[in-house]
Ligand binder design. Structure first.
Ligand SMILES: NC(=O)c1ccc[n+]([C@@H]2O[C@H](COP(=O)([O-])OP(=O)(O)OC[C@H]3O[C@@H](n4cnc5c(N)ncnc54)[C@H](O)[C@@H]3O)[C@@H](O)[C@H]2O)c1
Length: 167
């Protein structure tokens, strides 16, 4: 564990280029991480300790997390957020023809998790989204007892594992 004195309960939703390195690196740092993915194809790989994306060092970190029990894989975001102190949203925000971000995945996952979030949970938006999206997540989750914050991801595909802890 690199300089961490406290282990947090973390859920990462979306096992793509951002979610898998984020989950594997946080587990490596000693946090208790659940990685949720709704698509069966990447899910099947992840439960076997295989990464759905190719990134240097990622499969080793996944294997380490799964065998230590610091990293678990889940299918349902709603179940995965139960008890989590931090919930990282790493879902897609594809760009439309007019350049705007499609926020439907952010909206859908917010709806999915809203009743399962524990009191005091911090929902961290790591997807690339326009200013004001924290407000959208707040409106959809409709919970006074949680917080929504923004932590945009800056990793580059190809060096994601190294970039995750060093944005
Ligand atoms: N790829 C990059 O280099 C990069 C860098 C910085 C920021 N971003 C941003 O980060 C966000 C995620 O990008 P990505 O490249 O990781 O996307 P991705 O498509 O590789 O992965 C997203 C994953 O989320 C899953 N997902 C969607 N809805 C879900 C739900 N409700 N429950 C569980 N899983 C769900 C999808 O099945 C998919 O596997 C986007 O906003 C993107 O713009 C990407």
């Amino acid at each position: 564990m690199a300089g961490n004195s406290k282990s947090a309960k973390v859920t990462v939703i979306g096992a793509g280029y951002v979610g898998v390195p984020t989950a594997a690196v946080l587990a490596h740092f000693g946090h208790e991480v659940v990685l949720a993915e709704s698509n069966p194809a990447p899910l099947r790989l992840l439960v076997r300790g295989e990464s759905p994306i190719v990134e240097k060092g990622l499969e080793e970190l996944l294997g380490e997390g799964l065998s230590s029990g610091k990293l678990r894989i889940a299918r349902s975001a709603a179940e995965a957020v139960e008890g989590a102190e931090f919930v990282f949203l790493c879902v897609p925000t594809p760009q439309g023809s007019d350049g705007s971000a499609d926020l439907s995945f952010v909206e859908a996952v917010s709806e999915e998790i809203k009743t399962s979030l524990r009191t005091g949970a911090i929902v961290v938006n790591k997807s690339t989204v326009p200013v004001g999206t924290a407000g959208l997540v707040e409106r959809v989750t409709d919970r006074d007892d949680i917080k929504v914050v923004s932590n945009p991801e800056f990793l580059r595909e190809g060096t994601a594992v190294a970039d995750s802890p060093a944005p």
